[in-house]
Design a protein around this ligand. Sequence first.
Ligand code: NAD
Length: 295
Amino acid sequence: MILLDGKALLSKIKLSLCKEVSLLKNDNKRPPHLAAILVGDNPASQTYVNAKIKACNEIGFESTVINYSTNVKQDVLLEKIKDVNDSDNIDGLIVQLPLPNHIDEHLVTHSISHKKDVDGFHPINIGRMVLGLDCFLPATPFGIISLLDEYNIATSGKKCLVIGRSHIVGTPMSILMSRNTKIGNATVTLAHSKTKNLDSLTKEADIIIVAIGVPTFLKSHMIKKNAIVIDVGIHRIPSQSNKSGYKLVGDVDFHELKEKTAYITPVPGGVGPMTIASLLQNTLYSAKKIIYSHT
Ligand code: NAD
């Protein structure tokens, strides 16, 4: 079993992004700038935004967090998004999900200009991804592709099962794995909550990507030997042996199943850091376009 170490790859990507920031500086240009909107006081959301901002600071990107209380009006959020869309100094904008129930998540995320949509959620970016055109790839699937590439995993002709069909992970992941690209060319099955006999699909799959939000769902008896397992899930569960009182687990029963796999992502330290890496890469990509469009 080989661990797919997202934390190590994030460090490597950060080094190359630091160099890109130096190149911009040498060219008398400003650094890339990521803005994040955080609504409410959900501890998990705060942790995710903090991790993204910390990564920006470490590599010399500018960052701005825009905080709102849980009862913020939707119009206020939309107005702020418009300001950021119009700003020449901000290259990427993310809105940390989930949002409170009174806010239309789709309306808000789709109000971000597709040119600054570094999470890759906007319909224009999704559409361009489907057509294989230049776009911001959705951050988590992009990170998974980068991780498979880093470990030279051959995906062509392999049976790839994606479990979970969310707009931000499962659905785009299934599209990327079936594209005619180096990491791609797999024969993809997309399973979801209405799928019957899931076990028969998991047992056949060479690559299994699980993004369902159910702690330790995928078990050893469900996979074939030497499968490649990618765990997108992330959950805090109570744990007395940890000082914090909780531990992180994924959608995969890592300890029970790891020895049966050829490659597996840990939680934490697998897909999570790769989502951050993609976000930073997308922000740099946007910054270069915005900065050099003014020269
Ligand atoms: P979601 O929660 O929006 O949707 C879950 C999907 O799983 C649905 O399509 C549903 O049909 C399917 N599903 C649920 N139970 C199932 C079952 N028993 N069998 C088959 N399919 C089932 O999905 P999401 O937003 O992609 O999140 C999934 C998990 O990934 C969550 O734990 C989330 O926190 C995590 N996540 C992690 C990262 C990261 O960077 N590591 C990024 C995004 C999401």
